[in-house]
Design a protein around this ligand. Structure first.
Ligand SMILES: Cc1cc2nc3c(=O)[nH]c(=O)nc-3n(C[C@H](O)[C@H](O)[C@H](O)COP(=O)(O)OP(=O)(O)OC[C@H]3O[C@@H](n4cnc5c(N)ncnc54)[C@H](O)[C@@H]3O)c2cc1C
Length: 416
């Protein structure tokens, strides 16, 4: 069913009883041309583009839980294209352009809100590096605006600009950045893939691989063996575990990342704001809650919840930047498992196993990547060649040393 204002009107007249389920609930077939493991943002968008762009429709997405139950439904929803290094900058630029037409492409409201994302600078050196980053963004064709201290104060009056430890010296505004509704993104891609014949199979955990003579033949699952011509892995925080089932030892560590939301407040902050002196950022949701996040919990974990020291750290940063936040009641917090790569940059590549492809290492920035990741991964799986927007995301860079270390932290995944 194509969604339209007329459909809303007609269904309103009939008590909303005629809406169809957004996707089917099929039994797995014995064989598919392509199996995608993981029904998160990246798996669903890959399946969608395989069908929509490359005409490959004999595809299954195997999800151990329910669609969108992983990080794609747990993140703080920020989309942006403000990377500095070659490799990242063209990829995220490609992704933001895809976001801008995604709702029309999917015929689904993903509530993209390009409200502007601003990064604060708290020293002359930091403002210099923001200027440099802004120049790179503009050279890539994206927007960036450097704000003086006065302009930052004028635009963001609700912040504490004169904190003695972290005074605000200026900021970099990226107007096309913003937020999107995370679970709607998963549902929109799921619906689009299902409509084109892709089987979305929930409660189906991949437990092993059948590999013979260096070629993948299929996967062992909690619902039996399923054969496949090709297999793509998009399991985010479970990457090392699932990779190990295929005999791969990957440069990925799993870490927990938390997010928080307050009670609903009247509109106060129109933009997404990132603190420059600690890992803290916040925005206000359409329901009025302040949504904010911080740093990783700094220990390896597969638990989708974090610990109190990071809650305290985030609350401290929030109080330094926006003291009025102390009056708001925190309603909920939750966590997700991040697939942290050694240089903070993702991997979209083939493996030494014929027909087995990798999509991982999204760290805590993979939501904004969802459209481009699906596009580029589908391109790789169907053509065997790297899409030009993702041709630097190679696994071999960890052997050759051509790492893309955006934060300059070296091989310390918990610091990226
Ligand atoms: C608190 C938090 C805040 C974040 N904020 C942002 C942000 O503001 N902006 C941004 O760009 N990114 C953000 N991220 C990161 C982003 O959410 C992730 O990088 C991205 O969602 C990961 O890709 P995915 O959607 O495919 O992962 P997931 O949704 O986790 O999908 C992976 C799926 O694989 C399934 N799976 C795992 N093992 C198996 C198996 N053996 N068999 C079958 N299925 C399996 C899982 O159940 C899961 O559903 C944030 C993440 C968190 C947790």
């Amino acid at each position: 069913m194509r969604y339209s204002a007329l459909q809303v009107f007609l269904n309103g007249l009939t008590g909303n009883k005629n809406w169809k389920p957004v996707w089917r609930n099929p039994e797995p077939k014995s064989h598919y041309d392509v199996i995608i493991i993981g029904g998160g943002g990246h798996g669903l968008s890959t399946a969608y583009y395989l069908a929509a762009k490359y005409g490959i429709t004999n595809v299954a997405v195997l999800e151990r839980g329910y669609l969108g139950g992983g990080n794609v439904g747990r993140n703080t929803t920020i989309v942006r294209a403000n990377y500095f290094l070659e490799g990242n900058s063209q990829f995220y630029s490609h992704s933001l352009k895809m976001w801008e037409s995604l709702e029309q492409e999917l015929n689904y409201n993903v509530m993209l809100s390009q409200r502007g994302q601003v990064i604060l600078g708290h020293s002359d050196g930091q403002v210099d590096s923001l200027a440099r980053r802004g120049n790179m963004m503009r050279m890539q064709g994206d927007d960036a605006e450097l704000w003086s201290r006065e302009e930052t104060k004028r635009q963001l009056p609700y912040l504490n600009h004169d904190d003695p430890r972290f005074p605000v010296y200026g900021a970099l505004m990226h107007w096309r950045g913003g937020t999107a509704r995370h679970d709607a993104v998963a549902w929109g891609f799921a619906r689009g893939a299902d409509m084109r014949g892709v089987d979305l199979i929930q409660n189906c955990e991949v437990k092993g691989f059948r590999i013979e003579n260096g070629k993948v033949l299929g996967v062992e699952t909690s619902r039996g063996y399923i054969g496949a011509g090709k297999v793509g892995m998009t399991v985010a925080g479970r990457t090392s575990q699932v990779g190990e089932m295929a005999g791969l030892r990957l440069p990925i560590e799993s870490h927990v990342l938390q997010a928080f939301v307050t009670e609903g407040l009247k509109p106060i902050m129109p933009h997404v704001v990132s603190f420059g002196m600690g890992h803290f950022y916040l925005s206000q949701s359409d329901k009025g809650g302040l949504v904010f996040g911080g740093d990783l919990d700094m220990y390896n974990s597969y638990a989708q919840r974090g610990n109190l020291p990071m809650v305290e750290h985030v609350a401290e940063a929030g109080m330094a930047l926006m003291p009025m936040i102390g009056k708001a009641k925190m309603l909920r917090s939750w966590g997700g498992i991040m697939d942290m790569s050694m240089d903070g940059t993702p991997i979209i590549d083939k493996t030494h196993i014929d027909g087995f492809f990798l999509n991982c290492g999204w760290c805590y920035g993979g939501f904004k990547a969802v459209p481009a990741s699906g596009d580029c991964f589908a391109h790789l799986i169907s053509t065997g060649n790297h899409h030009k927007a993702a041709d630097k995301f190679l696994l071999s860079r960890f052997e050759t040393g051509h790492v893309i270390d955006e934060t300059g932290n070296g091989a310390t995944p918990n610091l990226h």
